[in-house]
Design a protein around this ligand. Structure first.
Ligand code: 3HC
Length: 303
């Protein structure tokens, strides 16, 4: 009887329809992994042009995944790509896109006012069953959730770039997150092939709280002239076993993202020297040199 009860409850809570708001690097990656694992996905962006760009990057990334999964079987790789694509539909209307969603994941700009505006309207439009999650890198999940009437069905689902490759998912609970919501988020993380860890709603959760100060320290080391960018990168790859050095990783993450995280934390915790914004990074942001995605950061890239 107990087993049947659990199965029924799990089936009831199973997440099938996922709406992802924001089709940038992270949002398109989240849409991709959800679709690859059989979920129906609605990807929301502000206009058709940006949606098209997101679709292009998804096709590219699914192609790489398919090539790895079906090395010697081009037909199976093609089928995987087509089936994944067929599960993703685009939308430019956030409120309409959540009408049948089991889970909504927000991956838009890191601005509390804009997130509040979005979640307020989604809260009115979505059915009671819908779980809301934010992929924020550094803002408080509790503060984001505060404008909704469903704090018990709210949590953080924090992914890592490139989403298709990185195996971790941070599942963030706020005090109000219900046990059912938490379990549904953990089960969904497993269903999309990620290893989940649980964390509290603290700045940067686990990974970014450690990674962002490390990247900033590496930039400060370069700014002081202690070592060149290339030598710092080689040092951490060969001396500490990291897949990328910190300067190339900060180009990869995007200077807009890292800088906005550090700026936000610096405002909140002005006495913590680890959260001090870096001069050279601010200059890159001002010049639109955001890293790999714009073709130039501390290094230059072929776009
Ligand atoms: N989509 C699909 N597959 C991809 C991919 C993508 N976007 N990027 C890389 N891959 C695949 C490649 O096809 C390749 O597959 P293969 O093993 O079959 O050849 C495999 O991943 C390895 O890629 P590459 O050979 O191109 O290069 P690397 O071996 O250097 O791996 C990397 C690339 C996985 C990005 C690796 O360098 C890495 O792990 N870097 C660190 C990334 C990291 O730290 N991310 C977290 C950033 S913090 C964050 O995201 C949080 C946010 O809030 C700021």
């Amino acid at each position: 009887i107990i087993t049947r009860g659990l199965a029924t409850s799990a089936a009831r809570n199973a997440i099938k329809n996922v709406t992802v708001i924001g089709g940038g690097l992270m949002g398109s990656g989240i849409a991709q992994v959800a679709a690859q694992t059989g979920h129906n996905v609605t990807l929301v962006e502000v206009n058709a042009d940006i949606l098209k760009k997101a679709e292009g990057s998804i096709v590219n990334s699914v192609g790489r995944v398919a090539k790895k999964m079906y090395k010697d079987d081009a037909a199976a790789a093609k089928k995987f790509l087509e089936e994944t694509q067929s599960r993703i539909k685009g939308s430019t209307e956030p409120a309409k896109s959540v009408s049948d969603a089991d889970l909504v994941i927000e991956a838009i700009v890191e601005n509390m006012d804009i997130k509040h505006k979005l979640f307020k309207s989604l809260d009115e439009a979505a059915p009671a069953k819908t779980i809301f999650a934010s992929n924020t890198s550094s803002l408080s999940i509790g503060e984001i959730a505060s404008v909704t009437s469903r704090k018990d069905r709210f949590g953080g689902l924090h992914f890592f770039n490139p989403v298709a490759v990185m195996k971790l998912l941070e599942v963030v609970r706020i005090p109000e997150t219900s046990e059912d919501t938490y379990q549904a988020m953990m089960a969904w993380g497993k269903a999309i092939g990620k290893t989940c860890i649980t964390c509290k709603d603290t700045p940067g959760f686990v990974v970014n709280r450690l990674l962002v100060p490390y990247l900033a320290e590496a930039i400060r080391m370069m700014e002081r002239g202690d070592a060149s960018a290339r030598d710092i990168d080689i040092a951490m790859k060969l001396g500490a076993g990291y897949p990328m050095g910190p300067i190339e990783l900060s180009d990869y993450v995007g200077h807009d993202t890292s800088n906005s995280i550090v700026q936000g934390w610096h405002k909140k915790f002005p006495d913590n020297p680890l959260f001090k914004p870096c001069d050279s990074q601010q200059k890159l942001v001002a010049a639109g040199k955001l890293g790999v995605k714009t073709g130039e950061g501390y290094y230059k890239y072929n776009k």
